[in-house]
Design a protein around this ligand. Sequence first.
Ligand code: CA
Length: 231
Amino acid sequence: MRILIVEDEKLISDAIAAYVAREKYEAVCAYDGEQALEIWDAESGNFDLIVLDLMLPKISGQEICRRIREKNSSVPIIMLTARSGESDVVEGLDAGANDYVTKPFSPRVLMARIRAQLRLQNSGNVRKNFTSTICCDGRVEIDSERVEIRKDGVPVQVTKSEFLIFSTLASRPIRTWSREEIIRSALGDDYEGFDRTVDTYIKNLRKKLAEAGHENGWISTVHGFGYRLDS
Ligand code: CA
């Protein structure tokens, strides 16, 4: 496995490279956007994954993402973003990133995300427009193709409404959703239930996901407003 690490802060780059090497993957480092694209072209895109910082000298992470997708590559891209930058995350995902990790991050979490993306890539399910979202510290995967939620690779038995609600939360992690927004986005305008029905769905989802090792099943209650997926 070859991993391209694009990060201008040498300390961070070195730390990631060390962890990557520990997994016996090969790390190639680029320290600015221009260098990243040069290396990508020189090696004919022969990488299994890219760890891509968003804020880079010369060419931004989003732009690199866009250009690599324009080259018809489906290489998994994990973005590194600042914690406060919700719009950065959204733009990054829109530009074609598969996942993101917010700074400061734990190298173990980043490695879990890397492994999850590589697993996905090798599962034989990968198509060009394969829509799968990895969330919850890399432990939960939402497979829109199969309408399935998997935690640590094992399918979780959820109802269709639970699936839609969880997908909605995961589509914009960090963002807090009101009950009304959840109903509208997940279940549609024609849905004739009460706001509080969402609470029941969330309670069930939490219960089903909590076994993966997080007491809230990664879904936080934002009092007086609604719900949020932690990451
Ligand atoms: Ca940077």
